[in-house]
Design a protein around this ligand. Structure first.
Ligand code: FAD
Length: 468
């Protein structure tokens, strides 16, 4: 294309984008020359993308109008199709690069933040996709109900983003991930239709489960407009206990023992020696730490604590029973990430999931391999459900090329033992190439067929279809 036709194409594109801007209003559009634009090219990974425009719709009707106008523009400007696509963005707290655009338009959905309905009898809450997760529980204060999906990022991530990634947290051991707590949703297809899926009763048998398909879809199949989530009754009592162990195999043995005894904690977290030193847990020198939380009524919690103590009398558990002490210990657990960010300019948090008996060997292998590459690690995780965060800590950008072989080896290790290469963050742009080296071709063929059926012209999140 010569210079003149390049200028004409760019003018045409700018005019087309202007038609989209008119739907949300100038105040809610952000162009490359604006100060806040750069933030939309990133999530919480080290990846940086590219885009031409950011739009911030304030309502479902504006969002529906945007998709309809985008389809019209694509028909008029067929040669500019790749620039006329939406990258969907919630809180931008993702750890897989799924909301990092390659080109086109970023749709920031955080202005769509109404809590639409709290139904105490059905124990459900319906809200727009852009509500920040912690605002859901704030709205439930006094109702005796809570939303038990508790990713550490709940003050940053949106309901839509958490559904699109099937987010989970420590309490998922007892209460399930987003998927188990999602009753229904309404979503906008690439052709502009609004479709309702799911139901209030847990039991449905009505063909393909679209809620299950959309949950974890990373915005590849459609835009989740709003979702109805299931709530749980606030437990009357809770206790958090922690103890140090000589090493990870000893800590994992404890988890296996308590499972075999039929104990059902709300969460079991495991931290390696390096992580627990960073935040001064009250356990002295230990090779690994277990944090176990029980909830229920007071008798249930007391019974569980006694039973745990009797399983192995040599373990010294430190118990926090009041809310304040529990909060302080959880704050220490969450502060580890901040401490690491202060010390290392680059941190990549992997999130494989493996069967519990394979936890200790997987940790040892991950640490050993990283050591061979000269990369430091901090390893912790929601060990009760086998979900491990292997954090690779890099001193400088020059070490970034070391990550891919380590991620590949970790993904292979998880897959070999029947686990998953991502337990909660998703594949995003970060792990797609690695996935292609680990998962069978048929896996991708089926996924591609589903994408093609629902979004044949790559209107939503096109960057997730390539492996670049
Ligand atoms: C400090 C920290 C701690 C974290 N802890 C956890 C944790 O404990 N557990 C956990 O699971 N994750 C955790 N995460 C990762 C992240 O917070 C989750 O993946 C979260 O669910 C992403 O939500 P978001 O709104 O920020 O989505 P974004 O990052 O904006 O987007 C994530 C994906 O969702 C898609 N998406 C967003 N909104 C919609 C929508 N309305 N419709 C369709 N697709 C949409 C995007 O296109 C993208 O593919 C953590 C992140 C940080 C920074």
């Amino acid at each position: 294309m010569n210079r003149r036709s390049q200028v004409e194409a760019s003018d045409r594109l700018r005019a087309a984008l202007g038609r989209l801007e008119a739907i949300v209003g100038k105040a809610h559009a952000c162009w490359p020359e604006d100060d806040s634009f750069e933030g939309y090219l990133r999530d919480e990974t080290y990846l940086r993308g590219a885009a031409s425009l950011v739009l911030r719709p304030g309502s479902q009707s504006e969002t529906i109008a945007l998709v309809s106008e985008l389809n019209a523009l694509r028909r008029e400007h067929a040669s500019e199709k790749s620039q006329l696509a939406f990258t969907l963005r919630g809180g931008g707290s993702g750890l897989s690069g799924a909301a990092v655009p390659a080109q086109g338009i970023v749709l920031d959905l955080t202005r769509m933040n109404r809590i639409i309905d709290i139904d105490e009898k059905n124990q459900t809450l319906r809200a727009d996709c852009g509500v920040i997760l912690s605002d859901l529980n704030a709205a439930l204060v006094g109702a005796g109900l809570w939303y038990p999906v508790d990713p550490s990022s709940l003050g940053l991530c949106t309901l839509g983003g958490s559904v699109a990634t099937n987010a989970a947290g420590p309490s998922s051991l007892k209460y399930g991930t987003t998927r188990q707590n999602l009753a229904s949703l309404s979503w906008l297809t690439a052709s502009g239709q609004v479709v309702a899926a799911g139901s209030v009763p847990v039991k449905t048998s009505m063909g393909f489960s679209m809620t299950d398909l959309l949950c974890g879809s990373e915005g590849r199949l459609g835009l989740i407009l709003d979702a109805t989530i299931r709530l749980a009754g606030q437990p009357a009592d809770a206790a958090l206990v922690l103890a140090g162990f000589a090493d990870e195999p000893a800590a994992v043995e404890m988890i296996l023992q308590l499972r075999a005894a039929g104990l059902k904690p709300r969460s079991i977290e495991m931290l390696d020696a390096y992580s627990l030193r960073l935040v001064d847990f009250p356990v002295g020198a230990a090779g690994a730490l277990l944090m176990i939380e029980f909830d229920g009524d007071a008798d249930e919690v007391t019974y569980a604590l006694n039973r745990l103590q009797n399983l192995n009398k040599s373990v010294e558990w430190i118990a926090a029973r009041d809310e304040n002490s529990r909060r302080q210990l959880w704050a220490k657990r969450k502060a580890i990430t901040l401490e690491l960010k202060k010390r290392y300019p680059f941190k990549l948090g992997e999130d494989i999931a493996v069967p519990i008996p394979a936890l200790a060997a997987t940790i040892a292998a991950a640490r050993h391999e990283a050591g061979l590459s000269g990369v430091e690690t901090a390893i912790w995780g929601h060990a009760g459900d086998g979900n491990l965060h292997v954090n690779y800590l890099l001193e400088s950008e020059a070490q970034l090329p070391k990550l891919e072989p380590l991620m590949l080896s970790l993904a292979r290790a998880a897959t070999r033992v029947g686990g998953a290469m991502s337990g909660e963050h998703g594949l995003g742009r970060l792990k797609r190439k690695i996935a292609q080296n680990v998962l069978p071709d048929e896996y991708f063929a089926v996924q591609r067929s589903i994408k093609t059926a629902l979004d044949p012209h790559l209107l939503f999140n096109p960057a997730l279809e390539s492996v670049a």
